[in-house]
Write a protein that binds this ligand. Structure first.
Ligand code: ADP
Length: 461
């Protein structure tokens, strides 16, 4: 089958979160299963900075073979040559509708220019939802596009691509599409909603989350429209790319290790403590957190309990950026407990690897989590995850591999941390957890096969 993946971020070219990990790994897994796959993404400044060789094949199109799957880049100096992908500290870029509608139209046109008659166009999140909307309302009248099917993957329903109604004419679509059944959401343009309505099938990145988003609590207003499309809604858990996330081959960590040489994990703990200016002590339980700093990621309840946490005889390395509110709360607490918390308010791939490898416990108390990669990555490095029972976290973590709490409160979180510390001190059961974690297998193969089945169902091939 011929599959075109449209995603706004792809590892190793540009990344702000899990979407990029998935968009980089799934195409490779599909190719391994014998399918013809291409990727189409914007050419951001990050792509240029990543140093990969790009070949110009058209006035605004570049291509790279670097990852083993042909990746096409849409160039637009004014729209994409910026320091960030979607926005800066002050907020989202105000012209995001122009930026991603341009990307989406060019992606569709590119398919014709390179004569790639895709069986399925697989789009991800609101940034590429317009590919689906344009295909179904404009391009499919052209023979070249008429048979193409679409799959829309929702990686996080909390981000919907909402724009003022006044911007609708810029899309070049008929005003009749601006109504409650299609693109309108409380008098605004909602691109994610358009993706849900016009795609041939929808999926999200864990089975549990696919059910949760049909409820008021987790649907962010999309529960009604998703309910209507529930027969076309699926859940497929993300895999993990072990060629990037493995303690045996990781080039960023202090010392490579495996289950057989688990004692070398402690060189990583020592290295991380030193690097982060924390006292180098083998016996002190070291927590790691690599996360967007947002309430979704559990920062709200963690912030409430952080002072108590600091008094538990622990250490914590935090890496992340996000809401200014949490930057400030964390900066204040670090001033008070500099020997307990190391705070790193940045995006830093190399440090992320070191945290996954060097920590004892990975803290991921997300309030909701479509899939979550952090818990899977930490397991690969024998770092025991502590999570809230939701979405993909509930689907991947149980008491055999980590600690799970099921009431979203500060007290439950702290009690579960204390429970984990008690097990840590006992030694032997902790080693068992590490073993189970490192033996867990989240490789892409099975999930990629599920995607192929879905593509087949859509295309009839
Ligand atoms: P998200 O909701 O942010 O996509 P995921 O758990 O699905 O959450 O994926 C997050 C990905 O981004 C992981 O690969 C994680 O290691 C990475 N990540 C998150 N924050 C940072 C950061 N500040 N620096 C480096 N990597 C980060």
């Amino acid at each position: 089958m011929k599959i075109a993946i449209c995603s706004s971020e792809v590892v190793p070219f540009a990344k702000t979160g899990g979407l990029a990990d998935v968009s980089g790994a799934l195409p490779l897994a599909l190719k391994k299963l014998g399918h013809e796959v291409i990727i189409i993404m914007p050419k951001y400044k990050q792509v240029v900075d990543s140093g990969f060789k790009l070949k110009k094949i058209g006035p605004d199109i570049l291509v790279s073979d670097e990852i083993g799957v042909k990746t096409y880049f849409i160039e637009h100096e004014q729209f994409f040559n910026r320091s960030c992908l979607y926005g800066e500290k002050t907020g989202d870029y105000p012209d995001n509708l122009d930026r991603f509608s341009h990307y989406s139209r060019r992606a569709l046109e590119l398919l014709k220019e390179i004569n790639f008659k895709a069986d399925v166009i697989h789009c991800h999140d609101w940034q590429s939802a317009l590919v689906i909307i344009y295909l179904k309302n404009l391009y499919n009248k052209n023979n070249f596009y008429a048979k193409m099917k679409t799959l829309f993957t929702i990686h996080n329903i909390g981000y919907q691509g909402l724009f003022p109604k006044e911007e609708f004419p810029k899309l070049g679509l008929d005003w009749s599409l601006f109504n409650m059944e299609t693109l309108e959401f409380y008098d605004k343009v909602n691109l994610l909603k358009g993706g849900i309505v016009f795609s041939d099938a929808i999926n999200t990145v864990s089975v549990k989350y696919s059910k949760e988003i049909q409820t008021k609590e987790f649907g962010f207003g999309m529960e009604g429209i998703l309910n209507k499309r529930k027969d076309a809604l699926f859940g497929i858990i993300n895999g993990l790319d072990y060629s990037i996330w493995s303690p045996e081959t990781d080039k960023y960590i202090f010392k490579k290790f495996s289950l057989e040489k688990i004692e070398d994990k402690y060189s990583n703990k020592e290295g991380l403590q030193k690097l982060c200016g924390l006292p180098v002590k083998k016996g002190v339980p070291l927590f790691g957190m690599v996360s967007r700093l947002a309430a979704q990621k559990g920062l709200d309840i963690f912030a409430e309990g952080i002072e108590e946490f600091c008094k538990l005889g622990v250490q914590l390395v935090i890496l992340g950026t996000g809401d200014i509110k949490y930057h400030m709360i964390l900066e204040d607490i670090v001033k008070k407990y500099p020997k307990v918390i190391s705070l790193n308010l940045k995006f830093d791939d190399s440090l992320a690897h070191k945290i996954y490898a060097g920590s004892d416990i990975f803290l991921m108390p997300s309030h909701y989590e479509p899939c979550g990669l952090g818990q899977m990555i930490s397991m690969a490095y024998g770092t025991v995850p502590l999570v809230f029972k939701t979405g993909g976290l509930a689907d991947t973590v149980d008491e055999k591999v980590g600690f799970v709490f099921s009431k979203y409160t500060k007290t439950e979180l702290l009690d579960t941390i204390k429970k984990a510390l008690a097990v840590y001190k006992k030694g032997v059961p902790w080693q068992k957890l590490i073993t189970n974690d490192m033996q867990a297998d989240f490789s892409w193969e099975e999930s990629a096969q599920k995607y192929v089945k879905l593509y087949q169902k859509l295309s009839g091939k």
